[in-house]
Design a protein around this ligand. Sequence first.
Ligand code: ADP
Length: 183
Amino acid sequence: MKVEINGNILEFKKGDITTVQADAIVNAANGTLLGGGGVDGAIHRAAGKELLQECKRIREEQLHGEELPSGDAVMTKGYNLPADYVIHTVGPVWEGGEHKEAERLSNCYKNSLALMREHQLQHIAFPSISTGAYRFPIELAAAVAIETVVEYLKKERVGKVTFVLFSEEDKEIYQTTYENIYG
Ligand code: ADP
């Protein structure tokens, strides 16, 4: 499904984000930036070991050894990926909903879009952040993701945003959520 918002394109696709030829793909990373399971592992495997080296440099130089806090985002090159860049953001772990999970998830999308604009990228692809190992209920995560992206696109002309969902079921949930809010 594809819609136009203020001269931008928003689309929902089923697929593997490591094969997407966008200017940047977003990684649902963990705070260590050292890779992990799920989409994070897939991105590191496909990008090659230079990605891990750049992530380690960011940990040392930009973050002074600290972990990247949830909601924040940093950018690296894409190395062997078809995408030019990877934006690494750390989603919140779902802890019942009263630990600012929705706000922190929204910040993941906001900060990734801010990096997109800052670097004048025209196409960014997001996975469904936090809805795997981090257990954020997908219906709620989809609403936060979509509202954050749509409100941003209403204000800014950047280009194209693609949600790349890993299953047909997840894609249906995102599309239905969009229709329920904006349809
Ligand atoms: P988190 O720790 O933020 O929950 P996960 O990687 O565990 O991150 O899961 C986030 C979402 O990414 C899940 O919906 C999962 O199915 C999906 N996912 C896993 N691998 C890929 C991939 N290669 N491309 C796109 N989405 C993926």
